[in-house]
Design a protein around this ligand. Structure first.
Ligand code: FAD
Ligand code: NAI
Length: 468
C-alpha cells in the first residue's frame, strides 16, 4: 500500500494548488481525481471555457459594431461557432495539461478514480473500471468542489434545458435563450449568447441583479446590459419548464410574490440559480465528517473537520465559491500541515464578473456598512471623465471607494467598467496593507490609464477629485 503525508481528493483550483504547495514544503503528496483531466470545474467547465467564449464573442461583437468607428472596415462578420468552440476547447486543454505538468514537476503522485474515505488514515481510489487501490496517509484534504443547484421539478438534459456546462457547448445559437437566475453565470453566459445573436430573457427571483454586490453597481450594470439587448424579469420565479416534443421549451413564470403566471417560449433554457457543495461518493459518513444545513463540510479556522487528520477547502466548505478563494485556502492548509501559519484574509477577496463592461468588487458594500452602522465616506468617479476611457469609447461605469469616516481606511471598492477585473487588484493590495483612501490618492498613477479613475475616486473620498 502506498503511504503519504497528504492525500488531496479533487484537483480543482483548491486541490491542485494545495498539493503543489504541500510538495514544495516537503510533504509526500498524492492527488485523487475522478475526471480524466485535472483543474476541476474551473478549468474544465467553468472559469476557463466561459472566459474563452466571453473573449471570442466580444471580438465578434466588436468586429460587427465598433470596428467601423475606429476606421477598421472588415465587412459583416460571420460566425463559425464550431471554430469558436474549438478555440475554447484548445484553451481548456492547454490549461488542464499545464496542471498535469505542474503536479508532475513538483513530484505529486496522481491517481485517477473516485476518492473515498476508508477509515482513519485511508483513502480508497475506485477507478472507472471498478478496480480499487488503497492509499495510507497522515492527512486528507477534501477539495471536491461543487455542482449545479437544481430547480425542483426541472430536469436538466444539457440540450434544451442546460446548466452552465451545456451552455458552454451549444451546437447552434439559440434564437431565444431564457436564463433562470441573474447571478454571475446567468449574466456571463447570457452575454455570450446575446453577443452571438440570441434574444436573451433573464428571470430573477429577487428585485435586482447580482445580489450580494453593491446595490448601485447592480442598478447601473442592469441598465448597461439592458442597452445591450438583454431583457430582465425581476421579482419573478420560474414554476415550471416543459420541453416540447419538437424541441424548445415553455417556461412558466410567476411574480415572486404570487399572481398570474405567464408562459415564455424558449429554444434553450439555462438554469443558473447557484451551486451546491459536492460530496457524493466520498464516504463522509464512514468516518463521521460533519456537514452543515447546506451540505457544506464544516471546518474550523485551520480548515480542520471534526475528524482528526481530515481537512476541507474550496467550494465544498463555507464562503464564496471562487477559484482564487479555493486556491488561497489550498495554500493555507498546506502551510498549516507543514507547521507554518497559513491563513486567508476573507475581508479582501475580489469578486469579478467578466462581462462587458466588467464588474469588480472587494471588501464591503454600502449596504453592509449601513447595516453594520459603520460611518463611511464614499468617493465616486465615472469613466466618462477618464481620458483613456473617453478615447477608447468605453465610458460606461464608475469606480466607487468606501472609506472609514474616522480613519479613512479603505473598506470597500466597487467598479463597473472596462477592465474592472484588473483594476480591482491594486485596491486589493492596498486593503491588505491597510491603506487609507489618501494613500491611494497620493500614489502616482500612469497617464493615460483607466487606473486614474481609481485614483480620482480616492481623491473624491476627500471631496477633491480633479477631473470632475
Ligand atoms: P472544483 O473546481 O469543483 O474541483 C473539484 C474536483 O474534485 C473536480 O475535478 C471533481 O471531479 C473532483 N472530485 C469530486 N469528488 C471527487 C471524489 N470523490 N474523488 C475524486 N475526485 C473528486 N470562479 C472564479 O473565481 N472565476 C471565474 O471566472 C469563475 N467562472 C466560473 C464559471 C462557471 C460556468 C462555473 C460553473 C464556475 C465558475 N467559477 C469561477 C467558480 C469556480 O469554478 C469554483 O469556485 C472553483 O472551481 C472551486 O474550486 P474547487 O477546487 O473547490 O472545486
Ligand atoms: P449565483 O448565486 O451567483 O446567482 C444565482 C441567482 O439565481 C441569484 O441571483 C438568485 O437570486 C437567483 N435564483 C435562485 N433561485 C431562483 C429561482 N428559482 N428563480 C429565479 N432566480 C433564482 O449563482 P450562479 O450564477 O449559478 O453561479 C454559481 C457560483 O459560481 C457563484 O457562487 C459564483 O461565485 C461562481 N461563479 C463565479 C464566476 C466569476 O467569478 N466570474 C463566474 C461564474 C460562476
Amino acid at each position: 500500500m502506498s503511504s503519504y503525508d497528504l492525500v488531496v481528493i479533487g484537483t480543482g483550483p483548491g486541490g491542485y494548488v494545495c498539493a503543489i504547495r504541500a510538495a514544495q514544503l516537503g510533504l509526500k503528496t498524492a492527488v485523487v481525481e475522478k475526471r480524466a483531466t485535472h483543474g476541476g470545474t474551473c478549468l474544465n467547465v467553468g472559469c476557463i471555457p466561459s472566459k474563452a467564449l466571453l473573449h471570442a464573442s466580444e471580438a465578434f461583437q466588436e468586429a460587427g459594431k465598433h470596428f467601423a468607428d475606429l476606421g477598421v472596415i472588415v465587412g459583416e462578420p460571420k460566425l463559425d461557432l464550431t471554430k469558436m468552440m474549438a478555440f475554447k476547447d484548445e484553451g481548456v486543454a492547454g490549461n488542464t495539461k499545464g496542471v498535469e505538468f505542474l503536479l508532475k514537476k513538483n513530484g505529486v503522485d496522481t491517481y485517477h478514480g473516485t476518492g473515498r474515505l476508508a477509515g482513519a488514515g485511508r483513502v480508497e481510489v475506485i477507478a472507472e473500471d471498478g478496480g480499487n487501490q488503497l492509499l495510507e496517509t497522515k492527512n486528507v484534504v477534501i477539495a471536491t468542489g461543487s455542482d449545479v443547484a437544481k430547480l425542483p421539478g426541472v430536469s436538466i438534459d444539457e440540450r434544451v434545458v442546460v446548466s452552465s456546462t451545456g451552455a458552454l457547448e451549444l451546437e447552434s445559437v439559440p434564437k431565444k435563450l431564457v436564463v433562470i437566475g441573474a447571478g454571475v453565470i446567468g449574466l456571463e453566459l447570457g452575454s455570450v449568447w446575446r453577443r452571438l445573436g440570441s434574444e436573451v430573457v433573464v428571470v430573477e427571483y429577487l428585485d435586482r441583479v447580482l445580489p450580494g454586490m453593491d446595490g448601485e453597481v447592480g442598478k447601473q450594470f442592469q441598465r448597461i446590459l439592458g442597452k445591450q439587448g438583454i431583457t430582465f424579469k425581476l421579482s419573478a420565479k420560474v414554476t415550471g419548464v416543459e420541453v416540447g416534443k419538437k424541441g424548445g421549451a415553455t417556461v412558466t413564470v410567476e411574480p415572486a410574490a404570487g399572481g398570474e403566471a405567464e408562459k415564455i417560449q424558449a429554444d434553450v433554457v439555462l438554469v443558473a440559480i447557484g451551486r451546491v457543495p459536492f460530496t457524493d461518493g466520498l464516504g463522509l459518513e464512514t468516518v463521521g465528517v460533519q456537514t452543515d444545513n447546506k451540505g457544506r463540510i464544516q471546518t474550523d479556522s485551520q480548515y480542520a473537520t471534526n475528524v482528526t487528520g481530515i481537512y476541507a477547502i474550496g467550494d465544498v466548505i463555507a464562503g464564496p465559491m471562487l477559484a482564487h478563494k479555493a486556491e488561497d485556502e489550498g495554500v493555507a492548509v498546506a502551510e498549516i500541515l507543514a507547521g507554518q501559519s497559513g491563513h486567508v484574509n476573507y475581508g479582501v477577496i475580489p469578486n469579478v464578473v467578466y462581462t462587458f463592461p466588467e464588474v469588480a468588487s472587494v471588501g464591503r458594500t454600502e449596504e453592509e456598512l449601513k447595516k453594520e452602522g459603520i460611518r463611511y465616506n464614499a468617493g465616486k468617479f465615472p469613466f466618462t471623465a477618464n481620458g483613456r476611457a473617453k478615447v477608447n469609447h468605453t465610458t460606461d461605469g464608475f469606480v466607487k471607494i468606501l472609506a472609514d469616516a474616522d480613519t479613512d481606511r479603505v473598506l470597500g471598492v466597487h467598479i463597473v467598467g472596462a477592465d474592472a477585473g484588473n483594476l480591482i487588484a491594486e485596491v486589493a493590495v492596498a486593503m491588505e496593507f491597510g491603506a487609507s483612501a489618501e494613500d491611494v490618492a497620493r500614489t502616482c498613477h500612469a497617464h493615460p490609464t483607466l487606473t486614474e479613475a481609481v485614483k480620482e475616486a480616492a481623491l473624491a473620498v476627500g471631496k477633491r477629485a480633479l477631473h470632475i
